[in-house]
Design a protein around this ligand. Structure first.
Ligand SMILES: NC(=O)C1=CN([C@@H]2O[C@H](COP(=O)(O)OP(=O)(O)OC[C@H]3O[C@@H](n4cnc5c(N)ncnc54)[C@H](OP(=O)(O)O)[C@@H]3O)[C@@H](O)[C@H]2O)C=CC1
Ligand SMILES: CC(C)CCC[C@@H](C)[C@H]1CC[C@H]2[C@@H]3C(=O)C=C4C[C@@H](O)CC[C@]4(C)[C@H]3CC[C@]12C
Length: 298
């Protein structure tokens, strides 16, 4: 019996490992050919790179952000790269009516929607929490409520196409990081909303996938300008990051981690050694020496 167990258990382990890895399908760029995709925050950074990858794969892209001249040049480049079609609408995600209007535009000009990529973020500061509650409220509107509004308006079209919602989040939406208090709150909120919604979709047999993307430090202009001096962490390339998001979305993954070594691996500590993880996070920061405590009088 003992010997049988010694052979049987590793054998079962191998069978399970083989099944797990072989069952994971592989990405092919054709999966996104002809798909109708909205990308928010597409004027710069990761959103811009996702637009270019989608264009190369032959998708129809509808791009949005506030800065019209930037969007015009991204659309032009998408058409050069082979997009089936490329358009933009400019406006601010502070305005829920605008967010819903972007989704309506997909219905009008594309006749439906296969993928909604929610990626934009409002500007915030990288520093100690400054006590500005209005800023937290505004950031929740831009980074969270507009995501909720867009996903809700897009749901009828996505149900029809059995499409996908992609939510771009961050390590700062899974663990507490210093210097990102308001931002982090908005990213944790996204996890709560979309992970609960995914559960309900499963119960109701709604075949719309939700992919939550957990990103580490990425080399976009704004992030590097804000944080490169303080962080002892090399930022990962935005174009590779954008492609990994699209692969995860096309494969209908529930969560996606980029890069693995600075996201998935540290997160393994979260439930069993939270204080150690907090310490490791703090150790990635070059912090100014804390001001010396006043000396007690002799
Ligand atoms: N870079 C990083 O290190 C990390 C990034 N992420 C996530 O990746 C995503 C993309 O980030 P990244 O590419 O670095 O960001 P960028 O700052 O480069 O891009 C942000 C985009 O959002 C748009 N935007 C900003 N404010 C508004 C607004 N009020 N209404 C509508 N659009 C707005 C910007 O365009 P415009 O100003 O023209 O409106 C821009 O297109 C975000 O969700 C971010 O949280 C996650 C982890 C790390
Ligand atoms: C456990 C560690 C090894 C992982 C370290 C990863 C750290 C360095 C990563 C994880 C999340 C990242 C922040 C983020 O999500 C988005 C932004 C917004 C941008 O405008 C300014 C930069 C900022 C604050 C990123 C800074 C770098 C962070 C803290």
């Amino acid at each position: 019996m003992g010997r049988l167990q010694k052979i049987l258990i590793p054998f079962l382990g191998l069978v399970l490992a083989f099944w797990f890895y072989s069952a994971r399908d592989t990405f092919k760029p054709e999966m996104l050919r002809g798909k109708r995709v909205i990308v928010t925050g597409a004027s710069t950074g990761i959103g811009e790179q996702m637009a270019y990858h989608l264009a190369r794969m032959g998708a129809h892209v509808l791009l949005t952000a506030r800065t019209e001249p930037r969007l015009q040049s991204v659309v032009r480049r998408c058409l050069e790269l082979g997009a089936a079609s490329a358009r933009f609408i400019s406006g601010s995600m502070e305005d829920t009516a605008f967010a819903q209007g972007v989704v309506r535009e997909a219905q009008t000009v594309l006749g439906g929607l296969d993928m909604l990529i929610l990626n934009h973020v409002g500007a915030s500061y990288f520093g100690f929490f400054d006590g500005d509650v209005e800023h937290v409220r505004k950031l929740l509107e831009i980074n969270f409520l507009s995501y909720v509004a867009m996903a809700t308006s897009a749901l009828p079209m996505l149900k029809e196409s059995e499409g996908s919602i992609v939510v771009v989040s961050s390590m700062a939406g899974k663990v507490g990081f210093p210097f990102t208090v308001p931002y982090s709150a908005t990213k944790f909120a996204l996890d709560g909303f979309f992970s609960s919604l995914r559960q309900e979709f499963t119960i109701q047999n709604i075949n719309v996938s939700i992919t939550l993307c957990i990103l580490g430090f990425i080399d976009t202009d704004r992030a590097v300008r804000a944080a490169a001096e303080v962080l002892q962490e090399r930022p990962a390339p935005r174009d590779e990051c954008a492609l990994e998001i699209l692969k995860g979305a096309a494969l209908r993954r529930r969560e996606l981690y980029y890069r693995y070594s600075s996201t998935r691996l540290p997160l393994l500590l979260r439930d069993c050694a939270a204080e150690l993880l907090d310490y490791l996070v703090r150790s990635r920061y070059r912090l100014p020496a804390a001001p010396a405590a006043p000396r007690p009088p002799h």
